[in-house]
Design a binder for this molecule. Structure first.
Ligand code: ZN
Ligand code: ZN
Length: 171
């Protein structure tokens, strides 16, 4: 056993954990997927049904259609109508608390958005795999348009779809 004196210095080149940068973290890995108190108030009339829909969306990994979310609620004993699911999801999108994408058939799928975090995704049209992508160029472009157009409350929707590597390999 060799004794050393003084304070151990960190090895050169050791970086702090990447977790410090939450911007590109996949939301599905975030353990804090529970809406903070008051969240339900963001989605209009704070009914138990709407709270149930919100929680189901928070618990969902990846994007989910209103029909699929409704079907899942039925299997867990939730007594929520499909129209309520639609209304709640639409309200969440309007409140900036959910991302929405459309598939080729025009069906919309939804995903809960953490806080004001705003992302764009690359979606596989075959299996629905969704990956957040770097959208810095889109954001700066949209910010510039918003700043120079005279419009206020400018929002944008950018959808990227394709065939993921697994589905491509599966032919
Ligand atoms: Zn795929
Ligand atoms: Zn954006």
């Amino acid at each position: 056993m060799i004794e050393t004196s003084g304070t151990a210095l960190p090895a050169a080149g050791v970086q702090p954990p990447a977790a410090a940068n939450g911007r590109h973290r996949r939301a599905v890995d975030d353990p804090t997927g529970v809406p903070p108190p008051g969240e339900v108030a963001l989605i209009g009339r704070p009914t138990p049904q709407r709270a149930t829909v919100l929680q189901a969306l928070v618990d969902t990994e990846g994007f989910v259609s209103a029909q699929a979310l409704h079907a899942r609620l039925l299997t867990t004993g939730g007594r929520v109508g499909l129209s309520t699911v639609y209304r709640t999801l639409t309200a969440l999108v309007a409140a900036g608390r959910a991302d929405v994408v459309r598939d080729e058939a025009g069906e919309r799928s939804f995903r809960y958005r953490q806080g004001s975090d705003h992302r764009h995704y690359l979606i596989c049209r075959q299996c629905g795999l969704s990956l957040p992508v770097d959208s810095a160029a889109v954001e700066s472009w949209a910010d510039e348009i918003g700043a120079t157009s005279g419009f206020t409350a400018v929002e944008h929707t950018v959808e990227l779809t394709g065939t993921c590597s697994d589905c491509t390999a599966a032919g």
